[in-house]
Ligand binder design. Structure first.
Ligand code: SF4
Ligand code: SF4
Length: 297
């Protein structure tokens, strides 16, 4: 039985594919987008987090930590041995470890609890991340287990994976949610830490192999919302045979709060959430290319 690292299982989701869904978030991503709404997804190993707004300043975690690294500016993620003692000790649950080892059977047991909702709503299970293909064997096993149970599945990927892995995974999934950020390789590298050649080549191959692809474009003001990039993204998506719709995901500043919980610095910018009017303007660019386009997941 395969085993992998899961950092969240979100029930009753209505934004990661059709109907009511359970979204299973797998840990690990090779990209480092500063706007990531799941920064706890990026590292491939578990991480200790603390939600300052829940902390009672009771000091239980300070006493429990065997490394003595909690309190008064001493917290250093690099010195944490992920023992979980602070999580156990924390009365209000302000401390967590992001990333739990689970088997395929354990994940399946959770997602099966809501089978009736999937059947009633045309929903299913979405595997997201991070980049879920970083745990390719675990993902393959999860998809096969869902298929055996007759549960429909989606995979949300940024395309950062070997082609053969992507195509094999696509063969087991009913829907692929494919993230596109920037068309220019240099700008893509600056924004995410990775070039986009693999992403675009993988999408071209996927478009020939799979007939249900939704393109997801995060709209990040000042990063990828210029006319040149949006028009190029729309043109590319319109030319991929398997693309059924485009989802435009507006940037939200609230995503940054999670960085603080991980003890990481906030991005040094004042990027704001795009207005509804601006999102409608962006949507018109994609609709003008003949694409069914929705704002939101
Ligand atoms: S998980 Fe890290 S911070 Fe928490 S008690 Fe263990 S070593 Fe200390
Ligand atoms: S144990 Fe929890 S509530 Fe108490 S000081 Fe630590 S983080 Fe805050």
């Amino acid at each position: 039985m395969e085993r992998g690292l899961v950092f969240n299982i979100q029930k009753y989701s209505i934004s990661d594919g059709p109907g009511i869904r359970t979204t299973v978030f797998l840990k690990g991503c090779p990209a480092r987008c500063w706007w990531c709404h799941n920064p706890e997804s990026q590292a491939p190993e578990p991480e200790a987090t603390v939600m300052a707004s829940r902390c009672l300043a009771c000091g239980e975690c300070v006493a429990a930590c065997p490394r003595g690294i909690i309190g008064d500016g001493k917290q250093s993620p690099a010195d944490c041995i992920l023992c979980g003692a602070c999580v156990e000790a924390c009365p209000p649950g302000a401390r967590t470890l992001a990333g739990t080892a689970m088997t395929t059977a354990q994940v399946l047991a959770v997602v099966m609890q809501d089978r009736v909702f999937y059947e009633e709503s045309g929903g299913g299970v979405t595997f997201s991340g991070g980049e879920p293909l970083m745990q390719y064997e675990f993902l393959r096993s999860l998809l096969a287990a869902c298929r055996e149970q007759g549960i429909r599945t989606a995979v949300d990927t940024g395309g950062f994976a070997p082609r053969e892995h992507l195509l094999e995974i696509a063969g087991l999934a009913d829907l692929i949610l494919y993230d596109l950020k920037l068309m220019d390789d240099r700008r893509h590298r600056e924004a995410t830490g990775l070039g986009n050649r693999l992403v675009l080549d993988n999408l071209a191959a996927l478009g020939q192999a799979h007939g249900a692809i939704w393109i997801r474009v995060p709209i990040i003001p000042g990063v990828n919302d210029d006319m040149g990039n949006l028009a190029a993204t729309a043109r590319l998506a319109a030319g991929i045979p398997g693309v059924r719709q485009v989802n435009l995901l507006p940037f939200h500043r609230t995503w940054h709060a999670k960085l603080g919980r991980l003890g990481r610095a906030m991005p040094d910018n004042d990027t704001a959430t795009p207005s509804r009017e601006r999102m409608e303007e962006v949507a018109e660019i994609f609709r003008g290319a003949g694409l069914t386009t929705r704002i939101g997941g």
